[in-house]
Design a protein around this ligand. Structure first.
Ligand code: MN
Length: 200
């Protein structure tokens, strides 16, 4: 059975960028719902219950057809949100260091240019979805809760939830303001560690 991991900070730790109300709903209700629906979908298939969510998503084609969409949406939702909480921190913001900084600047010319590109991708995403920084420094988006793993891609270095449930209570329709503010709480330590792992 899958479960929602506890946040490593309080609901109100990101106030000013993301309110306690959003964090609580997003973590306790939205993420919980993905987990509950994923567990329910797997009930009929005990042999799948011992697999990790990463294995399920990478092998989406081998998942029985009657639950494939449920695993795609809710397994993806679980995986994406587990990562999202780790990419946030009350001590976040600023810039990455070391190899990740070098890779970003090597690709985009400057850290600011990278932010601009990422923000444009997030702003331009139609409907609900995610924007990702991949280990090869590509910035890509996925619709709904689709996971990069299901496309055969590597684990993302960084990702932004641009579903309305992630910002609407605080920013209403101003997605651009949410995207801009989000950088103030990005946990670069997490992204740096993931980039280092991707190289080894
Ligand atoms: Mn979300």
């Amino acid at each position: 059975m899958f479960s929602v991991p506890a946040l490593q900070y309080d609901y109100d730790a990101l106030e000013g960028v993301i309110s306690a109300k959003i964090m609580e709903l997003h973590h306790d209700k939205h993420h919980q719902a993905y987990v509950d629906k994923l567990n329910a979908a797997l009930e009929k298939y005990p042999e799948l219950q011992s697999k990790s969510v990463e294995e399920l998503l990478r092998g989406l084609d081998t998942i029985p057809e009657d639950i494939r969409t449920a695993v795609r949406n809710n397994g993806g939702g679980h995986y994406n949100h587990c990562l999202f909480w780790l990419w946030l921190s009350p001590d976040g913001g600023g810039q990455p260091e070391g190899a990740l900084y070098d890779a970003i600047v090597g690709r985009y010319g400057s850290f600011e240019a990278f932010i601009e590109e990422f923000n444009a991708k997030a702003l331009g995403l139609f409907g609900s979805g995610w924007v990702w920084l991949q280990p090869n420094m590509d910035i890509v988006s996925t619709p709904n809760q689709d996971s990069l793993l299901s496309k055969g891609d590597d684990e993302p270095i960084l990702g932004l939830d641009v579903w309305e449930h992630a910002y609407y209570l605080d920013y209403t329709n101003h997605r651009d303001e949410y995207i801009k503010a989000w950088w103030k709480v990005v946990n670069w330590n997490t992204a740096e560690a993931r980039y280092k792992n991707s190289l080894s």
